[in-house]
Design a protein around this ligand. Structure first.
Ligand code: OGA
Ligand code: MN
Length: 206
């Protein structure tokens, strides 16, 4: 039998235990730089729009609540995005095997927070017809200084967990389990954020 993969083992244990984890060194700086290049190319091509809150007819753009611009990825473009998709696919299969999560898909978007923008405390809700189970975040900010702000603040049983959006680690958590907010930063804040999901019980989207 193949030896258990330590990385996916740690991530599965994090979800099964506290329900969240921060895995250092998930992406290398060359990959981070290539992802930033891809993000910029997608932005130049008009792929970004103001993020909204709510879905369907309830969707509203409310920069006072959520001030980022996002670009949904409809599959990978270029080597770095392909590498990220491949790592996430390994993770999806491993989480299904170890935790029987039944994850069927991954939705990913780049997010760009201009200086001063944040995202008020919220729970990552599931769009109709799909159940978001695991949130994953990769920050794309090299040389982030703590003084730059922009922290992800998660509400946990043991208090606030404050994570600086510095490039390198993977942050993951059970989507339904943790309210969280993004504090305003004093410089542009880039990330790649995704949700592993499964089809919601009882339903097809309508
Ligand atoms: C989100 C979100 C957190 C972050 O996009 O739903 O909460 O740190 N992002 O970017
Ligand atoms: Mn969120």
């Amino acid at each position: 039998m193949k030896a258990a993969d330590p990385l996916t083992g740690r991530l599965a244990n994090a979800l099964a235990g506290p329900g969240y984890g921060v895995e250092p060194g998930f992406v290398t700086m060359p990959v981070v730089r290539q992802l930033v290049t891809s993000l910029r190319a997608r932005d130049a091509a008009g792929g970004f729009h103001a993020a909204g809150i709510g879905a369907g007819a309830e969707r509203r753009v409310r920069p006072d609540i959520r001030g980022d611009r996002i670009c949904w990825l409809d599959g990978p473009q270029g080597a770095a995005e392909r590498a990220i998709y491949a790592s996430f696919e390994v993770l999806r299969v491993a989480l299904n095997r170890k935790l029987m999560l039944g994850l069927t898909e991954l939705q990913l978007h780049y997010a760009l927070y201009p200086p001063g923008a944040g995202y008020q405390r919220h729970l990552d809700r599931s769009p109709r017809g799909i159940e978001r189970v695991v949130t994953v975040i990769v920050y794309l900010n090299e040389d982030w200084d703590v003084a730059d702000g922009g922290e992800l603040v998660m509400a946990t049983d043991t208090g606030e967990l404050v994570i600086s959006p510095t490039a390198g680690p993977l942050v993951l958590f059970l989507s339904a389990g943790f309210e969280h907010e993004v504090r305003a930063a004093r410089r542009e804040r880039l990330s790649l954020t995704g949700w592993f999901s499964r089809a919601a019980a009882g339903g097809l989207p309508y």
